[in-house]
Design a protein around this ligand. Structure first.
Ligand SMILES: C[S@@+](CC[C@H](N)C(=O)[O-])C[C@H]1O[C@@H](n2cnc3c(N)ncnc32)[C@H](O)[C@@H]1O
Length: 277
């Protein structure tokens, strides 16, 4: 186990709504404050399906990780934009299939650092680490002692980024950052992405104003913009789809009950997984 120093004073800025805590509201968590709940209510008013969409996304992330640790045989994960720990966490799902899995988590929100203890409870033969880091500084992520101590960049790594990239300002060149991260990983590494989909997100224009008022830029991405992240990879079947359409499980009931037919409009999200060629 290794982690960024959690003893430093942390300013949680509870007066402002934060994406990690708003997502926590939608997932039914308890790590959120009145400002987050107020923003969650605003979002739900404009996008009534948002709570279901959040859960469908979470299920996609966990299904993709099961696929990666299972069929794809990946044993190393770099998860950027981790979010507040929620059960199960990514490493718990990977280690259920492959106990030796190693997972490095990274997020820039201090509330995730404050709750990162849950991310360190690894299987005995696996390993986890948490980095307090910003996606927009890939060099810091790649050079961090936590990452270097936990992952072997000579072996395939799955770079996972669930509902992260629509929070990145285009001036910070998210495509170039993803490329830089994938360039550091060997052939056979994987890229898992889900993003807020511009074409499917009715009312997102006014939501952007609401988030801007909280000091957070929200920029939903088109399907083409999302596909460009996968340049240099081969998309795994079924390609870039709504999260509940990505290899739905039939063996266990899932939270969002895709069998009830939520439809793409219920999850304004693009989700996909590619393998580096
Ligand atoms: C909606 S949550 C997604 C959680 C999880 N990945 C999932 O899909 O279930 C998005 C996370 O991205 C984080 N985030 C936003 N911008 C970031 C940045 N520039 N660098 C690192 N993390 C960021 C937020 O703090 C939040 O925890």
């Amino acid at each position: 186990m290794s982690h960024t120093d959690a003893r430093a004073p942390i300013d949680l800025r509870t007066d402002r709504a934060h994406p990690a805590r708003i997502y926590d509201v939608f997932l039914g968590g308890k790590t959120n404050y009145p400002a987050d709940r107020a923003m969650a209510a605003t979002v739900a008013e404009k996008m009534p399906s948002v709570q279901l969409a959040a859960r469908l996304n979470r299920e996609f992330v966990l299904r993709a990780v099961r696929y990666l640790a299972g069929e794809a045989g990946v044993r190393q994960f770099l998860d950027i934009g981790t979010g507040i720990p929620t059960s199960p966490n990514l490493h718990e799902v990977a280690q259920e299939t492959a106990p030796e899995s190693r997972v490095v988590y990274a997020d820039n929100d201090p509330i995730v650092l404050a709750h990162s203890r849950a991310l360190h409870v690894s299987s005995a033969v696996g390993r986890t680490a948490y980095i307090q880091a910003d996606f927009t500084d890939p060099e810091a992520i790649l050079a961090s002692a936590e990452l270097r101590d936990t992952l072997d960049l000579g072996q395939p790594v799955a770079l996972t980024m669930g509902l992260l990239l629509h929070w990145i300002d285009p001036k910070d060149e998210p495509h170039a950052v993803v490329r830089r991260l994938m360039d550091a990983l060997p052939v056979g590494s994987c890229l898992m992405i889900s993003v807020f989909a511009r074409e499917l997100a009715g009312g997102s224009a006014t939501l952007q104003d609401d988030f801007a008022a909280e000091g957070t830029a929200l920029r939903p991405l088109t399907r083409d913009e999302t596909l460009r992240f996968f340049d240099g990879t081969e998309l795994i079947d079924p390609g870039l789809v709504a999260p509940h359409e990505w290899r739905p499980r039939t063996d266990v009931p899932e939270i969002g009950d895709p069998a009830a037919g939520p439809g793409a409009a219920s999850a304004p999200i693009w989700a996909g997984l590619g393998v580096k060629k």
